[in-house]
Design a protein around this ligand. Sequence first.
Ligand SMILES: Cc1cc2nc3c(=O)[nH]c(=O)nc-3n(C[C@H](O)[C@H](O)[C@H](O)COP(=O)(O)OP(=O)(O)OC[C@H]3O[C@@H](n4cnc5c(N)ncnc54)[C@H](O)[C@@H]3O)c2cc1C
Length: 539
Amino acid sequence: MNHDPAETLEADYVIAGGGSAGCVAARRLIDAGYSVILLEAGGDDRHAAVYVPAGSAKLVGNPQYDWKYETEPDPSRNGRIDNWPSGKVLGGSGSINGMIYLRGNPADYDRWVQQGATGWSFADVLPFFLRSERNENGASQYHSDKGLLGVANLRVTHPFNRLFIDACVAAGIPRNDDFNGPVQEGVGYYQATQWGGLRCSAARGYLRPIGEHKKLQLLKRAFVCRVRVRNNVAEAVEFNHYGVAKLARARREVLIAAGTIGSPKILMLSGIGPRAELERQGIACVNDLPGVGRNLQEHPGIILSYDVTMRTMNVEAHSRWRFALRALQFALLRRGPGTSPISHVGVFFRTRPGLPAFDAQIHFQPLGYEVTADKVLLAEANRVSLAVNVSRPESRGSIRLRSPHPQDAPVIDHSLVGADADVRTLIDGARVMRNIFSSPTLRDRVQKEYLPGEAVSTDEQWEAYVRAGAFAMYHPVGTCRMGAVDDPQSVVDPELRVKNIRQLRVIDAAVMPCLPSCNTNGVTMMIAERASAFVVGTK
Ligand SMILES: Cc1cc2nc3c(=O)[nH]c(=O)nc-3n(C[C@H](O)[C@H](O)[C@H](O)COP(=O)(O)OP(=O)(O)OC[C@H]3O[C@@H](n4cnc5c(N)ncnc54)[C@H](O)[C@@H]3O)c2cc1C
């Protein structure tokens, strides 16, 4: 397509996607003295729903902030079709996410190295976690207080949190006051990507402080269609801005940061991907890379919930005067339920004795839901909930093009619990939690198990519950995976350069070879910190 020269922009670097990774890279390249064009399909992030942590309930499923990707029917879950949320707003998924801050443990990064990500051991990546982190608990061997990503302790408490922690400890799970310290296993409070009681996304932490910088051309509502590649060099990005076709030329490099679903789609639309698939869509293949869109991974989870004898946060939210009091507390002190991230207490635990390492994670919340066929509402009853999820799932899926038209959403094909091992881990993990809820510390506080309910007890019944109710924890990764250049399934090399193409990198969650055993925002921002260092040559 020919573009009107009046609609052509130019900068040293063009970044496609202004999410967690894109905002980090834009700031770091500007700090290094380069000019940057940042293209984001979503709109502005400066809304209370984004920055008031409790507002996140209004973001997921809201097309103003969420791409609302729809999956194909999942054969491993009775043909279920899901909506996968993904941030469509400056700050990306980091502007709509649950704010839990984690980074995994050395074994996660050993697995990356084993899969060809040379130079990505924990010792290699820790400095980049530290470069990003501004932890309110101060600096140490494992933490920094000088970065741009605010990381803070919870400003909300609930007595059931403490009881749940005590019950886990009584069951033999070690107490852990810092999941991002020397050991990840155990039970304790999460820290949140917040600062001053407000969400700290990459947009707020990295871009807001530099305001309208002369080196930054930030275009919102700029929908990237493809990368223009000539003679194996990425020259420019074609995008649509309020209905006008425009071009952004990169003097040095194009960086793709459209996320695990968006980045492989942009590569394929640019002719980079599995040849047969591109040709089926009538797209000329400029670089046959079979791994593009493959290796999709997600953390599968199931919910357990219990009706309890103490007032829980969902019931408080239904009371008008209590709600008003809490709103005042938030307005005056930036404390209380208004600052609540999605979960308060985490557990990293072994679902069976004899396992060499923990294999499951818990997100515990002192509030509960009413789940109907088409809605999830805050329950009227006093209820607590926990999601059990597999830490290192074996199930794999893929992203493919639906059509050659950029505006069409991609095909997301994932058997979320396709691997028997993942089903086993969910069942065993749920049984461990059920035992904890019937232990002496908690049993007097619990009225009944609401989900799945006592009727579920045999292996077959648990498996049926998993297949009917398992959901994605919103941590998709792996669709442009990094690895050795001679590995036919790798898409980018360990410096995140797209194979066989010059001046083109992918720098977001899509490059992870496999899921770390944790939530993925902090890890993605570490990757973008590292990518920026590769780009400016300081490594
Ligand atoms: C609901 C939810 C809850 C989560 N909770 C947590 C949590 O508590 N803790 C945690 O660690 N992780 C969490 N995650 C995951 C975490 O937020 C993501 O792993 C991380 O944000 C991924 O960063 P990214 O840069 O790869 O993608 P994103 O942050 O999604 O950024 C991609 C950006 O590219 C833009 N884009 C896509 N396509 C185009 C296009 N064609 N043109 C222009 N722009 C485009 C998008 O609009 C978006 O802004 C959650 C995710 C979700 C969705």
